[in-house]
Structure formats: C-alpha cells, structure tokens
Design a protein around this ligand. Sequence first.
Ligand SMILES: Cc1cc2nc3c(=O)[nH]c(=O)nc-3n(C[C@H](O)[C@H](O)[C@H](O)COP(=O)(O)OP(=O)(O)OC[C@H]3O[C@@H](n4cnc5c(N)ncnc54)[C@H](O)[C@@H]3O)c2cc1C
Length: 322
Amino acid sequence: MVALNILDHIYDAVIIGGGPAGFTTGLYTSRAGLRVLLIEGVTTISQITVTDLIENYPGIPDGINGFELIERFKKQAVQFGLKTVSADVSAIAKIHWGDVEGWKVTAGDKTFETLAVIVATGAYWKKLGVPGEDTYAGRGVSYCATCDGPFYRNKDVVVVGGGDTAVQEAIFLTNFASKVNIVHRRDRLRATKILQNRAFANSKIAFVWNAVVEEILGGDVVERVRIRDATSSARTKEITADGIFVFIGLIPQTDVLRGIADLNNGGYIVVDANMQTSAKGIFACGDCIHKRLRQVVTACGDGATAAFSAQLYVEELKGEAY
Ligand SMILES: Cc1cc2nc3c(=O)[nH]c(=O)nc-3n(C[C@H](O)[C@H](O)[C@H](O)COP(=O)(O)OP(=O)(O)OC[C@H]3O[C@@H](n4cnc5c(N)ncnc54)[C@H](O)[C@@H]3O)c2cc1C
C-alpha cells in the first residue's frame, strides 16, 4: 500500500492520445473519480478527424462528420473533469517514490508523474514511397479527402488502395471530381461489400486493377501518375491526374513504448484482454494495439476496458480496492 500523501501531486493516470480511444478512456477514468490528464498530440491528429462521414458508429443513424464526433467525445469527457493539454509525448520512463513505482511522461518541455499510463496514440497513414510523393505533397498529393477534396472540383483524381478507407474516400471524392480512378495492386477490392457495391454503381469511379504507382509526375502541381502492371514489371502507363489520394494502410504510433513494453513485428502494442501491456502500470487501447479491426467503435470499446483496468490498478496501489 502507498502512503497517500506521497501521491498528492501525482496523477492517477496519464492518457496519451486525443482520438476515440483516448477520450473514451478519459470519460471512464474521470467519471470514476480518478485524477487524470489527457495529452493530445500537436503534430498529429486523430485519424477520424479527416473523414467526412462516419455512418457505422452505433446510435447515429444519419452519420456524422469525424471532426464533430471527436468534439463530442471531448466535451463529454471534460464534463466529468478530464483535464487536457496539447503536446507531443516524447518519452515514458519508470520512476520511484520510495518503494512505489510509477511513470514519468515527458511532453514538450513538461514532465508529468503518474501511477498509470494509458497509451492511445493510434496510427498514421502509410506513404507510397515513390518519386514525386514528397515533391508534390500539398500540391496534388494528399492523404485526406475531406481536407483536400474540394480543391478537385471538376478535376480528375487517382485514389490508391482497395480497403474500406480507400473506397469510402473515393466515393466521397465523386462529390467534387469529374473522375476518380481507383488504382489497386490486386484484381479485387478488400473493402466491405456495401462500399464495393456503391463504388461499382458510381459512374464517376473507374478501376485500374493489378497496378502499382511508380512515380508521380507534373510541373508545379501533379499532372499525371505513372503506374506499372503488377503482373508484368515491364508494362507501364501514365494516367492523367490533377490529384492523387493515398490510402494504403497504417503505421502504429508506438515509438514512445519501444523498449518499455512488447510490440509485435508490425510495431503494434501487445496487450491482454484487459488492455494491459507487458509493462506494469501501462495500458494501451485503440488503433495502436495488436488486433483485427481498427474502427471507432472498437477504439471506444478498448478505451473503456483500459480505463477500468487502470482504475483497478490504481485502487490496488492506493489500498482502495473494493
Ligand atoms: C480516412 C479515414 C476514414 C475512416 N473512416 C472510418 C469510419 O467510417 N468508421 C470507423 O469506425 N472508423 C473509420 N476510420 C478509422 C478510425 O479513424 C480509427 O479506427 C480511430 O480513429 C482510431 O482511434 P484511436 O483513438 O485509436 O486513434 P486516432 O484516432 O488515430 O487518435 C490517436 C491520437 O493520438 C495522438 N498521438 C499520437 N502520437 C502521440 C504522441 N507521441 N503524443 C501525444 N499524442 C499523440 C494523435 O494526435 C491523436 O490525437 C477511418 C480512418 C481514416 C484514416
């Protein structure tokens, strides 16, 4: 058991990440009466804020804009006393107060001491890694249809990818673009059937199967994309495009835990069913963990579980367990 006066200046839990997982964790821990701080990134954002329409989050039959959904998550958590700060966490290190063990979280020029850490840092989109991608970033290359789609009114765009995000965003882009070419490295989509059906029925969408992007070309801005036939390394062709939107997968944002807790080969955090990592007192939830389905609803579910596990952990440490 810990002498309570030692802990007066220490947070019960520090949550890293201001996405659906982080704010759900914030809601549950604050509502449970824990002293909690949530650190929102400044150089990164929640992925969901870049999508225009979420129509698979239960209880919102008309769908909702991603930015608005996050604002609602935040408002609800703050109502229960959650404190938030904007900073990028650069390090987590073990700390001792006498025989009590906790964690020190460094964010910008500040450090925060806490009994438990909940990592909800999500994931970020992968880049193609081809010539022209960095050169034309912001001048035709985009990773966010909601942010940049309106710039492509009556223009031709290419969407790269074949999963849910690529197809959903391609459909969204037809609100502006005159033509959307979906370039996919396989001969069929991975997206859910309902999205596939909508895309196939959309006269503005065309498909370029078995194709990989080799280079993005243009003058001041993107003008065309060179693609290679994935079945024959020799065959290439160019597609005219004013913009190229890349949705080819995710990279977990888990560097802060490297060397502290177990990560899998892909860099995702390994947790048990209670969202406990291999490091005592550190929990993780949402898109940054090793799991099958990365969606808002699963991020929220993980967040609630992580919050409850952290609550039990802190109560046990303080000798307050029921
Ligand atoms: C274009 C697009 C469309 C999508 N559409 C849907 C959809 O229709 N339905 C659906 O259910 N899901 C959708 N998703 C997936 C959904 O966005 C994610 O599953 C969800 O956002 C995961 O929540 P999260 O809280 O785990 O991570 P994120 O939402 O990614 O949030 C991570 C948070 O961690 C912060 N962070 C990262 N590193 C640090 C650091 N070092 N220090 C401090 N903070 C940090 C970030 O700033 C961010 O606030 C979509 C994703 C994309 C990209």
